[in-house]
Design a binder for this molecule. Structure first.
Ligand SMILES: Nc1nc2c(ncn2[C@@H]2O[C@H](COP(=O)(O)OP(=O)(O)OP(=O)(O)O)[C@@H](O)[C@H]2O)c(=O)[nH]1
Ligand SMILES: [Mg+2]
Length: 202
């Protein structure tokens, strides 16, 4: 059994924004943002690091994340001026039109580009999928722009040991920062939370 993570406490939903320009500037209060494909587990992970079952609404069916959703971690739990956690809309959600999908994708890209104060971008990826051009594209962009990022490889509980070692090998080969996690069993959350709290690059 792993040690209980030092969860973010007292986190509250702040607001949802439909445009990047409406979002609070990440210059005043640092932000950690979650990006990745639809259904990869972003909202579940954001909720899990706050030890909150359903803080960010997760979507087994309805209510897929389509806005930029802000949550506030109080200073007592985040240190400094507090911290925003930002749940970004997922890309590739199949049940919406191409036009809306493209709009959401453009909004996420705009967010990542404009919000220069984002202190860590968490690229969320289902462990059962290989990183595709979308995830690799975001990762390469972060490398070029010198923006802190890491892969959170979710749903670790769904893999057997053989699959786990294959996935670990894959990410080591890729040479990028990554943390295997499970929102269900809490595996890896201690490490992820420590990286989210860290002041600078992971
Ligand atoms: N077993 C398991 N299931 C998970 C885990 N994380 C998320 N899920 C499930 O995966 C589904 C999608 O999770 P969400 O958190 O809604 O995914 P999302 O990335 O926010 O999806 P969008 O809002 O569409 O972008 C839900 O049914 C979750 O219960 C995990 O660590 N383990
Ligand atoms: Mg979501």
């Amino acid at each position: 059994m792993h040690k209980k993570p030092d969860f973010f406490r007292g986190v509250e939903y702040k607001a949802s924004y439909v445009s990047v320009d409406a979002c609070p500037s990440s210059a005043a209060i640092p932000a950690v943002a979650f990006t990745g494909r639809s259904n990869s587990g972003k909202s579940s992970l954001l909720s899990a690091v706050c030890d909150h079952k359903n803080l960010a609404r997760t979507s087994s069916r309805a209510g897929k994340t389509r806005t930029l959703n802000y949550f506030m971690v109080p200073a007592a739990s985040a240190g400094g001026a507090g911290m925003y956690l930002v749940d970004l809309p997922g890309f590739g959600y199949a049940a919406i039109s191409h036009t809306e999908r493209d709009q959401l994708r453009a909004m996420v890209n705009e967010y990542i580009e404009k919000q220069k104060g984002v202190k860590l971008l968490i690229i969320v990826l289902d462990a059962r999928r290989e990183p595709a051009s979308e995830e690799i594209g975001v990762m390469q962009w972060c490398e070029v722009q010198n923006r802190p990022y890491l892969f959170a490889v979710t749903k670790w509980d769904k893999l057997n040991n053989k699959e786990r070692s294959e996935v670990l090998h894959r990410y080591r080969e890729l040479g990028c920062p990554f943390v295997p996690v499970s929102s269900t069993t809490k595996y890896g959350l201690t490490e992820l939370i420590a990286k989210m709290r860290a002041k600078s690059k992971s």
